[in-house]
Design a protein. Structure first.
Length: 270
């Protein structure tokens, strides 16, 4: 990864921070993007500007360069402006990790249109916007590249659907990412750009470990059973997902494209 430029969305904390720091440790310069603000319909706090700056400092501590930007992946023009500014500073992009995403467990309204829209727009539109904003740089560089879209086990199965707008939106958006990946893999193969998805089970990040989620699981005993993995581990760690991301980003996976890769402790095998 030496001297490559990697862009990560949702980079302020959790998986995004883990991916950014690991890719920097492999030699990449980092473009770290995050909304760094709460979304009204989402029932837990999102990352902050301070979180994003902490990620940036952790990258600097590896000796690599970083360009950190606050941007909403739903807003293509803002995302594109951040990409262009970062390219001017760091150079053209070789790796993209579309990681930004939200979930809303315990929100049970089956007709919460705003929540449905927010989840789908952040998770799916955001991934599409990220591809659209970065691929021109990858093509211009002329050295191929790797695009990694972070989906979920809910992008492969529908287990746990409860009829709520929140559950439908999350499963639909994460399944949609698989279709986006397969279409993009075909579209950009001629430029030696590989596109894959990663499908984690529950990961020990603030998206899963927060007061709202804890209250939901306490009040819904069946939820934990539905979320049970085949291997005896309740949650995996961010670095478990990052290991797959780093491999897909590297030349060791140079002929891997169009693949939906579970990192799920057997969740989708059940």
């Amino acid at each position: 990864m030496t001297n490559k430029v990697a862009l990560i969305t949702g980079a302020a904390r959790g998986q995004g921070r883990s991916h950014a720091v690991a890719l920097a440790n492999e030699g990449a310069d980092i473009i770290a993007i995050d909304i760094a603000a709460d979304v009204e319909s989402i029932p837990y706090p999102l990352g902050t500007k301070d979180d994003l700056e902490e990620t940036a400092q952790l990258v600097r501590d590896t000796g690599r360069r970083v360009a950190a930007h606050v941007a909403d992946v739903r807003q293509f023009a803002d995302l594109q402006a951040c990409v262009q500014s970062s390219i001017a500073e760091l150079g053209d992009i070789g790796v993209v990790v579309a990681n930004a995403g939200v979930v809303a467990p315990g929100k049970t309204d089956p007709q919460d249109h705003q929540l449905y829209r927010d989840i789908v727009e952040i998770n799916l539109f955001g991934a599409w916007n990220t591809i659209a904003a970065t691929v021109p740089s990858m093509i211009r560089k002329g050295q191929g590249g790797s695009i990694i879209l972070i989906s979920s086990t809910q992008g492969l199965v529908g287990r746990g659907g409860d009829g709520s707008a929140a559950a439908f939106a999350y499963a639909a958006s994460k399944h949609g990412i698989v279709g986006l990946m397969r279409s993009a893999a075909n579209a950009h193969a001629q430029h030696n750009i590989r596109v894959n998805t990663v499908h984690p089970t529950g990961v020990a990040t603030p998206m899963v470990i927060n007061d709202h989620a804890a209250q939901f699981f306490r009040g819904t005993p069946t939820a934990a059973k539905v979320a049970t993995n085949l291997l005896p581990v309740p949650l995996i760690q961010p670095e478990d997902v990052t290991n797959a991301v780093v491999w897909l980003a590297s030349d060791k996976a140079r002929y891997v494209t169009g693949v939906a890769l579970p990192v799920d402790a057997g969740f989708t095998a059940m």
